[in-house]
Design a protein around this ligand. Structure first.
Ligand code: ADP
Length: 447
């Protein structure tokens, strides 16, 4: 087991990882920018190292500074959290070259999954169902038209190097396609330094369902069921659930089994998420994330298993603490992402939190790094906390969520809490009857 883990992240996830390390009796080091000197995880860590000024590229993305912090403090492993360097293959390689363990998969696996064309090819080879579309990158307009005609309109053009919902264009007709191809390529080139794009069938009313997988580091793979993250705004997840209200037990174990086997065949190590669009009973792979996800707590709530503990165990060579047959799904969980944003326009609302009171009681978990008097710096993403609620079934979970949302107080800034208070009372949401476009339509109606 590791002696000392360096946490290369900030906010709620840094605190989340820190808690797991403490439970396992592992010393902690956090790195932080000058803007985060007052952050909760910095206060709670055994050691902290300031690695630079506020902009992420000079601090949380500065590989040399982070490696230097490992050497100075004698950390033997790094947990990257999500975002920042968590899916940076070069970072994983550099750490390996310094004999520091990256708590995550190998650089090569990160590389494959970071390139969406390569990822899709790999998924197909491993027997994972994919969205119909081009086999690889498409450059010629003629070829694009041929593929689109074959799979049928509408189609979506996606950047191979894309991420965070950026670099996607939908074309409903052949005339749209020419413009979409050009804009997607120039946008991808400008945003990611790689203008490779590919074409997929655009699914009209899918749900976003993702499977939590784990490679044990010895060639074995398991799944921890799925999460439904269909409630999205601008392709960003807002509300997540486990299990999906749309799947039955047979579908769950079928897709889970396919994913677990694929992970084993790939020789993958650590946590990963295989993301699908789901429509008319069919799953279509869209991408794999090679890290812990923001929404991992809903899986923890229904399985009772600490996924960060498992990540640390696997990275240290100790394997998983559970086998597939030990992973049972108990009840239902929902996570609301609380952002420092206007609940209607979603404009960021940084500033000082004058009062912060979190709900409690059975089945309630709040993961947050903020506190009363905390000043939210304007440099980073606006997630200030996550409310995760568990119940014996979805109805109980929703009842508890409504109550918890009423108790939650965040004064001094705007947050997305009012949006969740509206959603929890909506009939479609109560029925679990929504697809990936539902939230955008709801917001556009301004109800
Ligand atoms: P990113 O890495 O940028 O998040 P993804 O490939 O995961 O990109 O897609 C993000 C979101 O875009 C999906 O959750 C879905 O809402 C939408 N999307 C992606 N591919 C398709 C598709 N083929 N049809 C319809 N919607 C899609």
């Amino acid at each position: 087991m590791f002696q000392k883990i360096l946490i290369a992240n900030r906010g709620e996830i840094a605190l989340r990882v820190l808690r797991a390390c403490k439970e396992l009796g592992i010393q902690t080091v956090v790195v932080h920018s000058t803007a985060d000197a007052d952050a909760m995880h910095v206060r709670l860590a055994d050691e902290s190292v300031c690695i630079g000024p506020p902009p992420s590229r000079d601090s949380y993305l500065n590989i040399h500074q982070i490696v230097a912090a490992c050497e100075i403090t004698g950390a033997d492993a790094v947990h990257p959290g999500y975002g920042f360097l968590s899916e940076n293959a070069k970072f994983a390689d550099i750490l390996a070259a310094h004999n520091i363990t990256f708590i995550g998969p190998s650089g090569d696996h990160i590389r494959i999954m970071g390139d969406k064309i390569e990822a899709k090819r790999t998924a197909k080879r491993l027997g994972i169902p994919v969205v119909p579309g081009s086999d690889g990158a498409v450059t010629e307009e003629k070829e694009a038209k041929r593929i689109a005609a074959e799979i049928g309109y509408p189609v979506i053009i996606k950047a191979s190097a894309g991420g965070g919902g950026r670099g996607m264009k939908v074309a409903h007709t052949e005339a749209d396609l020419e413009i979409a191809l050009q804009t997607a390529r120039s946008e991808a080139g400008a945003a990611f330094g790689d203008d490779a794009v590919y074409i997929e069938k655009y699914l009209e009313k899918p749900r976003h369902i993702e499977v939590q997988v784990f490679g044990d580091g010895f060639g074995g793979g398991v799944h921890f069921g799925e999460r439904d993250c269909s409630l999205q705004r601008r392709h960003q997840k807002v509300w997540e659930e486990a299990n999906s209200p749309a799947l039955n037990a047979e579908e769950r174990s079928r897709i889970g089994g396919i994913c677990a086997k694929a992970i084993a065949d790939l020789g993958y190590s650590g946590a990963g998420t295989i993301e699908f669009l789901y429509e008319n009973g069919e799953f279509y792979f869209i991408e794999m994330n090679t890290r812990l996800q923001v929404e991992h707590p809903v899986t923890e709530a229904i399985t009772g298993i600490d996924l960060v503990h498992e990540q640390i165990r696997v990275a240290s060579g100790g394997g998983l603490s559970v086998k597939q047959e030990d992973i049972k799904f108990n009840g239902h969980a929902i996570e609301c992402r609380i952002n420092a944003e206007d609940p209607r326009t979603f404009t960021p609302s940084p500033g000082t939190i004058t009062h912060f009171h979190t709900p409690g009681g059975l089945g309630i978990r709040v993961d947050s790094g903020v506190y009363s008097g905390y000043k939210i710096p304007p440099y980073y993403d606006s997630l200030i906390g996550k409310l995760i609620v568990h119940g014996r079934n979805r109805v109980e979970c929703m009842m508890r969520l409504r109550r918890a949302l009423d108790e939650f107080v965040v004064d001094g800034i705007k947050t997305t809490l009012p949006l969740f208070r509206d959603l929890v009372g909506n009939a479609d949401i109560a029925n679990g009857d929504y697809d990936i476009h539902w939230l955008e339509k709801y917001l556009a109606k301004g109800e």
